[in-house]
Design a protein around this ligand. Sequence first.
Ligand code: UD1
Ligand code: CA
Length: 532
Amino acid sequence: MLNAGPLRQYPEDIGAIPEETSRVSEPRPVAVIVLAAGEGTRMKSQIPKVLHPLCGRSMLGHALAAATELSPERMVVVAGHGREQVSDEVRRLAPHATVVVQERLGGTGHAVRMVTEAIGVLRGVVVVTYGDMPLLRAETLAALVREHALAGNVVTVLTAKVGDPSGYGRIIRGADGVLTEIVEHADATEEQRAITEINSGCYAFDGALLSDAIKRVATSNAQGQEYLTDVIAILRGDGYPVGAVIAADADEIQGVNDRVQLAQVRAVLNGRLLEHWMRSGVTIMDPATTWIDADVTLGQDATILPATHLEGRTSVGARARIGPGCVLTDTVVGDDAVVTYSVSRSAEIGPGASAGPYAYLRPGTRIGPGAHIGTYVELKNAVVGEGSKVPHLTYVGDADIGVHSNIGAGTIFANYDGVAKHHTTVGDGVFIGSDTVLVAPLQVGDGAYTAAGSAITEDVPPGTLAVARGRQHNSEGWTERRRPGTRSAEAAARARQAAETAEAAETAEAAAGPLEAAAQDDTGSAATDEEA
Ligand code: UD1
Ligand code: CA
């Protein structure tokens, strides 16, 4: 299959396919050219159109990802509008790609001519695609290349049948159904405008013939531009076989010209990603409110609850439960972990750990296996050891917490002295009392305790209880004396009278006979218990 058609026409290219890259049975293109010079005026944006993001990548990123799957010998991006930013993105995503600058937007033909002038004749299959068609699948491009080779064409156009063809180039076929030319909407007759088969803008070319034909493209058309589409009629006129393949899914060739289309395309792409994960064994409770970026990975039997966004390179382990209401960016979630109504960026949540509701995990946070981060807890650059708990209302910044420690409600790791950030180390089996301030730099040893309400400024040795707060003084009768006439004073008076009445009754009873003393309650807990 691999060598059937291609061998006749592209023997040198077939020979060039390294075994390991020929995953699919089509010739490896010598180049993929991504056209991305357009201005995108209708986006009304400071950002070049192809750099607008969707599903975790720029539009250009999606185009480069699809192109990469063809394993071309080289990738070329034509940049014009916003060329510096576009070049930066290309360098970041595809360092080996070449950026060719198109100084003026002379049309798609002009763009390709700039490429052939800049890098010379490309011998082999050259694929041309756009930077603003993020729904185009790599498989569709691969099928185009395969069909191109099998048919022995010198150019094969990817087409689509659409409900509303206005604006697109129309595919003109002869009586025998064979492609003869592409006519742009602006140049088309009424009869041609009725044709619903349109040009996607993606093509497979014979590179050498493209280099030659592109020089012969004229500008005698309604837009005064060099149309890449004219190459079809030129090569056909030269007697070469040209062809067209119809995309199975017309959605794929939807371009993005404004933010309405950007939203539509984003929804389609997201829907595809969700479907992929559901078919791979992930439960997604509410696809309508779930957004999963292209580079996210999800384990088997993971459950994603409503209103959840999984962004960047987030990975979620098997059986983990995420949501509702989570935004996880570049976060690694272990197997069986549970994350509820939480936000996390560049963090790790260990296997069996839990976070939320309402936890905020900032970069550098690592939650150990089985650890628990509770409600209104913020962590930054913080490591929480296996089985440790930070259950309520706490800030942990620049800290290491050992295993099986408990951080009481309302604890603050005071890491910033107004000038510099400092580190706190809390050992294993430590019990930090509620409302403790741990003033960094600080070390709290294994098995140490801190009393509730302490401001700890000095290291606490292992096994030590640290108390750092004023002793309590009770000023009896203060409210009635100093706040007379208030509700508080009235309540205090009622309590005093009730106590006096009870005392009088007790004295009377004691006089009548002996009585056992009431059992005293012991309430010595320094910290709130976890999830009491
Ligand atoms: C083009 C096709 C049309 C096809 C349509 C599909 C031509 C002459 N027409 O039309 O048949 O149906 O795409 O969307 O090719 N670009 C450059 N440099 C330029 C001009 C364009 O890089 O000088 C890039 C744009 O950034 C864009 C792509 O080429 O990514 C298409 O350009 P656009 O102006 O949208 O082409 P259309 O007129 O829509
Ligand atoms: Ca267009």
